[in-house]
Write a protein that binds this ligand. Structure first.
Ligand code: GRF
Length: 193
């Protein structure tokens, strides 16, 4: 069975969508761990409820950080690493070690609205400010440039005339919860065209 490992800093609703997908028999995989930079991340509680081990690796100077991450990751032998709302930059030595086996979910149609500082509500504010008529979410491979790895899958969401950043965030997140498990399933079963 394929082994998934998650990185998350926040509430972990995307992490939960994959847990649910596995529990409902829609995804044949196991989750071998959650890595977070925050001891108060909501994702930790979700992991605990499903007997998934959490590892808190606080942000450290670059070299020590990559050393710590690689030390936690190696024995877990993940087939696929999923960044789901993880706010630290992954050091290059880690993205290199897991090249082609590390993905991220982002709440915009990349390459638009990506890069440093473009996360969470900031993305949706910018989309509305620029009067876009469409937004959405993207799953992409991770390299050592923020949000610039190869795009794997996207889902569009229409932006209505009276949209607010909060309503758009909710609409996009709802699609993320479908796109992420679906894309993981396709990646693990080589079904991507
Ligand atoms: C999601 O919008 C995801 O695209 C982004 O961070 C958010 C995480 O939300 N990278 P959650 O913690 O999964 O609820």
């Amino acid at each position: 069975m394929h082994k998934l490992l998650f990185f998350a800093s926040g509430s972990g609703s995307n992490f939960q969508s994959v847990i649910d997908s596995i529990e409902h028999g829609q995804l044949n995989a196991s989750i071998v761990g959650l890595i977070t930079d925050r001891a108060d991340a909501g994702a930790i509680e979700r992991a605990g409820k499903h007997s998934i081990m959490s590892y808190v690796v606080p942000p450290l100077p670059k070299d020590t950080f990559s050393e710590q991450l690689l030390k936690v990751l190696a024995p877990l032998e993940p087939d696929l690493i999923v960044l789901a709302g993880y706010l630290q930059k992954i050091p290059a030595s880690v993205t290199e070690t897991y090249r082609g086996r590390m993905i991220n979910i982002h709440p915009s149609l990349l390459p638009k609205y990506g890069g440093k500082g473009c996360y969470g509500i900031h993305v949706h504010r910018a989309v509305i400010h620029n009067r876009e008529s469409v937004s959405g979410c993207t799953v992409h491979f991770v390299n050592d440039h923020y949000d610039r790895g190869k795009i794997i899958a996207q889902k569009e969401v229409p932006v209505s005339a009276d949209e607010t950043p909060d309503t758009l965030a909710r609409k996009v997140l709802e699609e993320e919860h479908k796109l992420l498990p679906k894309t993981i399933r396709q990646l693990l079963t080589n079904q991507l065209t």
